[in-house]
Structures are given as structure tokens and as C-alpha cells.
Design a protein. Sequence first.
Length: 165
Amino acid sequence: MKRTAAPEQELTETEEKTRDLILTLPLFDAFKSDELDILARHMNFAEVMRGEHLFTEGEKGDFMCFVVRGLLDVLKKTSVGDYRVITRLGKGNTIGEMSIIDKSPRSATVVARQPSVVIILTKKGFDIFTEHHPALAVTLLKKIMRLLSLNMRLTTSKLADKLPD
């Protein structure tokens, strides 16, 4: 008797909602339908109300986010203890990716400037995802690394403009 591979089980309601949100982001345009299902099984989404903290500088980081809707302020604590908005992030931006890669504490505080929706990839979900779907994980990592690289280029350009002659 010929055996066929067991079909993937249906997505849960939460996974379907996550998949629908993933589909709204250009970052995921190149992924195939079945790959999006796999991604949705390893991610979740959250609604963040205006003024709500997504995370705080110095705390342990164990997740990253993809911004689907809204606007987030990224705040950095100054040497005298007050906070400065260093950037604002909207749809298509990522935040917190360093924490799932280097396991260091959060380098900034992130607060919702507007009601926002984010897709969350936890460190645990990322580890399971990379173990069971390494090729797909490499594709996602390349996309995240490209965004990190673009952010670093923008930051160094801004820094160069601020440096004295």
C-alpha cells in the first residue's frame, strides 16, 4: 500500500489571523502559501494601546515584532536619566530583532504612539522554527538582516551629521 504524507493540520483561528496580518507586510511577499502557514504557526499577534509599553530598556528580550499597523516610539535613556525618541516605527518595520539573536537586554524602550498591531516572533518560536524549517528560517533571517543593515546605515548617517567637524 502506498503511503502519503499526512497533510498539515488546519490553522487555528489565531494562526489564521496571524497569517492574514503577515500577508499585509511586504517583507513576506516572496513566501509561498504553505510557507506562510508555517510562519503563522510559529508567530502570534498583539494589539498595543496608545501609551502601552511593548518593552523597556534593560529588560530581558525574548521576542521581536513586525509592525502591521500603528506607530511606535523608540526611546533611549540619556546619561541624565530622561528619555529621547530616537525613531518612530510604522507598518513594515521590525523591532527587537537583536534580542532573539544576541540574547542581550533590550537596548531601548518601545511605546505605542498610536493604537498598533504587531506580529510577534518569540525566541522559543524562532528556535523551533529554525530547527524544523531551516531553509525557511534562513530566508526569514536574510530579510531581517537586510532590515537591520538598512537601519544601521541610516543610524550611522544620522550620527555623522551630528558629529562636530
